[in-house]
Design a protein around this ligand. Structure first.
Ligand code: NAD
Ligand code: G3P
Length: 347
C-alpha cells in the first residue's frame, strides 16, 4: 500500500497544470504539483518574477529561501501557461478573481478542471469563488474544484507535512486532482461539499483577524479558544443555512484551517488583526502587509451580509467588521461581545 489515490479512469489524468498567480500560495501549490510529478507552468503578473522562477528556481519576494523544482517553469503570458493543461489553478485574491478570469476566459482549454485556491466571498454579489468561476468562465459547476484546508504556504514550501481538501461536485475530478497533488508532505482528501469547504476557508480568515486582535490586546489562550470555538459555531450556522454539510466544519476545511490560521504568526489575517489590537490603524496594518492579501478584511463585509440575508447570527464577524470598517476599537468590540444577552450554548 503506497497510499497513492487510485484513479477510477473516468476523469482525465492531470499531467500538465497551469497555476495562474505567483504569490505565496500559487507558488507553493505549483511546487506541490511539480513535486507530485506534474508538468507545471506558473503565470506571474510581473515578467521579472516569471524570469526569476524560470532561471533561478526561486520566488524570493513570496517564498524566500525556497528552491523550486526544475519541472516548474514560469511565464508572464497566460496563453502560454494554460496551453494543453488538464487543470488550471486560479491563485489570485478573491476580489480580483472575476476580472482576472474574464481576461483568461477565452484561453482556457475546453475540458480543463478549473481549481480555485482563493478563500473569500465576493463583495457585492456575495458569491463564493466557485460560483464566480462557473459564471465568468461559463462552465458547469462540475468542472470547478476548490482547495481548502490548513495550508500556510510558507510551511508547505518547506515541505512540512499537512493535509487539505479538494472539493468538487464531480467526485472523479476531485480524485484526479488528488492524484495530481499527492506528495510525501501533502495529503489531499476529497469532498463533494464545495459550499462547506469554501465557506470554511473564507470565514476562518475573519475569525483569525479576531484572534489577532485579541493577541494584540494581550489576551491569552482562553480568549483564543473561545474565539475559535464560537467562530466555528457561527461559520457552521452560516454554512448549514446555505446548504453545506455540518460535518465539513469539523474537518480540515473547517476546524483544521481555523486552528492553523488563528494560531499561526505566519497568517496574514492573524498578523493584520494583531496590529489593530495593538492600536495601529487600518492604513498601518495594510502597509505592513506589503501588498499581500488578508482576505478577511474585505470578506467580513460579504460574509456579514450573507449572514444577515439568511437570518444567521454572526457576532464575531460583526465585531471584526465594526473594527475594520466602522471605526470601533477592538476594546469597544470586546465589551460589546461580552455584554450580549446570555444564551444557551447550542441555540
Ligand atoms: N498564502 C497562503 O498561505 C494561502 C494558503 C491557502 C489559501 N490562500 C488563499 O489563496 C489566495 C491567494 O493568496 P496568496 O497567498 O497567493 O496571495 P498573495 O498576495 O501572496 O499573491 C497574490 C497573487 O495574485 C496576483 N494578482 C493577480 N492579479 C491581481 C490583482 N488584480 N490584484 C492583486 N494581486 C493580483 C499577484 O501578483 C500575486 O502574485 C487568497 O485567496 C488566499 O486567501 C493563501
Ligand atoms: O495567511 P492567511 O491568513 O491568508 O492564511 C493562509 C491560509 O489560508 C491558511 O490555511
Amino acid at each position: 500500500m503506497t497510499g497513492e489515490p487510485v484513479l477510477a479512469g473516468v476523469a482525465e489524468e492531470v499531467r500538465r497544470v497551469a497555476v495562474l498567480g505567483a504569490g505565496s500560495w500559487g507558488t507553493a501549490f505549483a511546487k506541490v504539483l511539480a513535486d507530485a510529478g506534474r508538468d507545471v507552468v506558473l503565470w506571474a503578473r510581473r515578467a521579472e518574477v516569471a524570469d526569476t522562477v524560470r532561471q533561478r528556481h526561486a520566488n524570493p519576494d513570496y517564498l524566500p529561501g525556497v528552491r523550486l523544482p526544475e519541472n516548474l517553469t514560469a511565464t508572464a503570458d497566460a496563453a502560454v501557461a494554460v496551453r494543453g493543461a488538464q487543470a488550471v489553478v486560479l491563485a489570485v485574491p478573491s476580489q480580483t478573481l472575476r476580472d482576472n478570469l474574464a481576461a483568461w476566459r477565452n484561453l482556457l482549454p475546453a475540458s480543463a478542471t478549473l481549481v480555485s485556491l482563493a478563500k473569500g466571498v465576493e463583495l457585492g454579489t456575495l458569491k463564493r469563488m466557485s460560483e464566480v468561476v462557473s459564471e465568468v468562465a461559463e462552465v458547469d459547476q462540475n468542472r470547478v474544484a476548490v482547495v481548502s484546508g490548513p495550508n500556510l504556504a510558507k510551511e508547505i514550501a518547506r515541505e512540512q507535512p499537512t493535509a487539505t481538501v479538494i472539493a468538487c461536485a464531480d467526485h472523479e475530478r476531485a480524485v484526479a486532482l488528488q492524484h495530481a497533488c499527492s506528495t510525501g508532505y501533502f495529503r489531499p482528501y476529497t469532498n463533494t461539499d464545495v459550499v462547506g469547504c469554501e465557506l470554511g476557508g473564507a470565514c476562518k480568515n475573519v475569525i483569525a483577524l479576531a484572534c489577532g486582535m485579541a493577541a494584540g490586546l494581550g489576551f491569552g489562550d482562553n480568549t483564543m479558544a473561545t474565539l475559535i470555538t464560537r467562530g466555528l459555531a457561527e461559520m457552521a450556522r452560516l454554512g448549514t443555512a446555505l446548504g453545506a454539510d455540518p460535518m465539513t466544519f469539523a474537518g480540515l476545511a473547517g476546524m483544521g484551517d481555523l486552528v492553523a490560521t488563528c494560531a499561526s504568526p505566519l497568517s496574514r489575517n492573524r498578523s493584520f488583526g494583531e496590529r489593530l489590537g495593538r492600536g495601529e490603524s487600518m492604513h498601518q496594518a495594510q502597509q505592513a502587509a506589503h501588498g499581500q492579501v488578508a482576505e478577511g478584511v474585505k470578506s467580513c463585509t460579504s460574509i456579514r451580509e450573507l449572514g444577515r440575508r439568511h437570518g444567521v447570527d454572526m457576532p464575531i464577524t460583526d465585531g471584526v467588521h465594526q473594527v475594520c470598517h466602522e471605526g470601533l476599537s477592538p476594546q469597544d468590540v470586546t465589551a460589546r461581545l461580552l455584554g450580549r444577552k446570555p444564551k444557551a450554548e447550542w441555540s
